[in-house]
Every structure is written in structure tokens, then in C-alpha cells.
Design a protein around this ligand. Sequence first.
Ligand code: URA
Length: 192
Amino acid sequence: MWAFWPELLDEIGKCEKCRLCQGRTNAVPGEGNPNADIMFIGEGPGRDEDMQGRPFVGASGQLLDRMIHAIGMERTEVYIANIVKCRPPMNRNPEPDEAQACMNYLRNQFVLVSPKIIVLLGRVASKFVLGDETPISRLRGNWILKKGIWFMPTYHPSALLREPSKKREAWEDFKMVKAKLLEVRGNGEIQN
Ligand code: URA
């Protein structure tokens, strides 16, 4: 049973479905254009995101913003969310049961936004959305079409900050995303 935005955001804000609620300052449901053609999915909020209740506002968020810019878009045009909506302690990866407990919120966001393209940022997002445990270095750069949505796994921005040599491949992936967006929109221009 799907909820509309106000109920969904309200439910996420008071969620106690898993242990991650115990450490949160704010839940981080996601933000952006509710009718976006592209969604970006990260892993889970970090410290800055937990403080502000907004996704990708720390160092990796600044890099993500630059990458979105580089394909000719603004952050406000896309929708950005995470696998889990509450910060895992010490920024550890979400446990499978935590991701599972949160997955219905993300599915609901997929239904409401109805994006044409979903960019999966890193191994954790790819694993929980696609159910594919292939290392991200092999999974990235390949389109996966599922239920009419194009999925592109790529590196997480924090991996790019740790290993800048991966930026070239990530840029290749983002160029493919831009090209796919033009293709699915059936025109030669990015629309605002
Ligand atoms: N890393 C993520 O995966 N998500 C965020 O929102 C911030 C950092």
C-alpha cells in the first residue's frame, strides 16, 4: 500500500522500524524534484546529513553536486535519497535487516517520483536495490533495465574522494547518464 508525500515523510520522520532510529538527530527522507527524471541513491546519512535532515550535504554531497552540474543539471532538478533514512552509528554500512526495514520507503519514493533513470551510488546502494553483490568496479558503467527504469551503478562520491583516480570512470558513467536522459526524453536538450 503506497502513501503520498505528506504521509510518507511523516512516517519516515517518526519511524522506529529498526535500531537506527535510536541514534538519529533527524531522519533524512530525501529531497529534490518530486517529478524528477533522475534519482540518485546513496547509502545512508552521515553526520552532516543527520544534523540537517538533508541528504548529501557533506563533503561527498559537494562532489555529487559538482557531478550533477557537470551533466548540465541542478540539484533541484533531480531527486536524491538513500537506502536507509537514519544515520548508521560511526557511518558504518547499513545492516541487511536495517536496509530491509527501510526499503519500502524507497520503493514508495520510486513510485511517487517515477524516474526514468536511477543512479546507484556505490556498492551498498547497488546491492540493496538490484540484489547484486558484484563488486562495484565491475558493476559500474553498465545499464540495467528493470520494470521500465534504467539503473546505472557507479562509484559512491566518498569513494571518489578517497581514490581520485576513480573519477575518470565515474565521469564516463555520468556521461552515459546524460546521454540516456536525452534518449529517454526523446530530444536533444536537457530540459529545466
Ligand atoms: N553518503 C550517503 O550515502 N548518503 C548521504 O546522504 C551522505 C553521504
